[in-house]
Design a protein around this ligand. Sequence first.
Ligand code: FAD
Length: 247
Amino acid sequence: MRVRLLEATDNPEELICRGARNDYMSDWVGDQSFDEAMAGVDGDTIEDQKANFLAKLLKRGHYGPFEHPSATFAIEGMSRSCMAQLTRHRHASFDVQSMRYVAFDDVDPADVEEGEMVVTPPSAIDPDWVGRNQKNSDVNAATIEEREAVFRRSVRQSVEDYQELLDLGMPPEDARFVLPIGTEVNVVVTLNPRSLMHVADMRAAADAQWEIRDLTEQLLDLAAEWCPHTFDYYEAEMKHRKNRLAP
Ligand SMILES: Cc1cc2nc3c(=O)[nH]c(=O)nc-3n(C[C@H](O)[C@H](O)[C@H](O)COP(=O)(O)OP(=O)(O)OC[C@H]3O[C@@H](n4cnc5c(N)ncnc54)[C@H](O)[C@@H]3O)c2cc1C
């Protein structure tokens, strides 16, 4: 799976600070330069002031100002299973690639069997992998070989059946019912820092599934470049808090 930042609010942390400073001053923030708006906040430089103020907001649970900026990410090749998990989060906006544009006809079923267009879970190929719901961690080489063979056979069969149904004239929107839930999809998602922190609270946690954890870690890495003070603080002080929903 690949994740890219498509577009994001410029100066997001300045915007968060401006929003929050509005709450604590009698003057109108609309008339003030950023330096003026930050007057009185601890810190030797404006960057220090920003870092201190953002940390203070997060520490207090004053999350509202973190809803002002937004970032849009493009995700390539997530499974439809992972997409179903991500789209449960209601404070995000989504565009999901239609399956009508996912064509298996120019792909060799052998390549699909090897992992093209359908996500292969690590538990199908890695003997050392321990899944969150795995009852038995004692997986020997023969078992994993068998597991991989069954997984790949099943994926290939689904794709071949899908093609056959299309050849029999079945509409693609109906034929796709036989495709695996691991079929890849491209998604565009827009989040604000608050909603991304909430998604990360739930989806970067140890009990979340590996694929959405991987996605969330990639989103957090990109967010740390976009909103460095906020996501550095989140990483250091807040990550792995369990389902902390709101102050
Ligand atoms: C490990 C794990 C296992 C899961 N297993 C299942 C499962 O088996 N089946 C299943 O259906 N789901 C499952 N989920 C999904 C989970 O129950 C949530 O639906 C999903 O993570 C969305 O998160 P959220 O409820 O915090 O809502 P979000 O949409 O992310 O909203 C963020 C917050 O806004 C508030 N909010 C949003 N909408 C409302 C509302 N209508 N009313 C009140 N408050 C609201 C809540 O405080 C909420 O936490 C699982 C999630 C995880 C992390």
